[in-house]
Design a protein around this ligand. Structure first.
Ligand SMILES: [Zn+2]
Length: 230
């Protein structure tokens, strides 16, 4: 690189330093997980093999920035965390990756579907194809977290459809979403994929709501907002 190029690069780094995706603090340029030391210690890993972290305040901030403050560059790092967890639990042993889709109009408004971006990066890491032509959201739905237990099924009914079913017939599918709240969306999509010929459906999410109710109240404040746009 010539001197001008070097100066330009230094200037760029000074203007746009690398920042932790959880808290926004400045971190080293070569930080491999885009995570500062403080957040590294604060993050609580989920005991569930299908999710990386519990949905805490810092995880909420990360997902919030990723989705609403236009930070699609977080996707490779979120995927990296999910890849490590998938390796630990043998979930990488799948034939095809499918991501939970957004309603088309919502995706158009946001400009990207965060779950599809994560799935795309996960596909690069695992070498497993991410097929966006399988699961489609054909109807807009209320966030499942805002729906009463008795209405959850009704809310999801006919919201998704499977196309090109021959591409999942007899295949092991890895279903991707960003957050698992009640788990009803993942279960519904998983059942639909199985019904349409998938041999097995495993799922993986970046964050998961805690099951304990008291803990849930304390840790999951604001989760409704996250689900609203999914
Ligand atoms: Zn941090």
């Amino acid at each position: 690189m010539n001197i001008c190029g070097e100066i330009f690069n230094k200037l760029l780094k000074a203007l746009y330093p690398n920042k932790c995706m959880f808290c926004g603090d400045i971190i080293d340029e070569d930080n491999e997980m885009k995570t500062c030391r403080y957040c590294e210690n604060e993050l609580v890993y989920s005991e569930n093999g299908n999710s990386v972290f519990y949905y805490s305040e810092i995880v909420k901030n990360c997902i919030h920035r990723f989705k609403y403050s236009n930070h699609p560059e977080y996707a490779p790092y979120i995927a990296k965390y999910m890849y490590i967890k998938a390796l630990e639990n043998g979930l990488n042993d799948c034939d095809i990756i499918v991501s939970v889709p957004m309603y088309r109009k919502k995706e158009k408004k946001r400009g990207f579907n965060q779950t599809a971006l994560i799935a795309e990066e996960l596909s690069k890491l695992t070498g497993i194809v991410h097929d966006r032509g399988i699961l489609l959201r054909v109807r807009n739905t209320l966030p499942q977290s805002k729906t009463g237990a008795d209405k959850k099924f009704e809310n999801l009914k006919d919201a998704f459809k499977v196309e090109n079913k021959e591409r999942i017939r007899g295949k092991r599918v890895l279903l991707i979403d960003d957050i698992r709240t009640s788990g009803s969306t993942l279960k519904h999509c998983g059942d639909l994929l199985t019904l349409n010929g998938a041999e097995y459906v495993g799922y993986m999410t970046f964050a998961a709501a805690r099951k304990n109710k008291d803990d849930k109240r304390a840790k999951n404040k604001g989760i409704d907002k996250e689900r609203e746009n999914v």
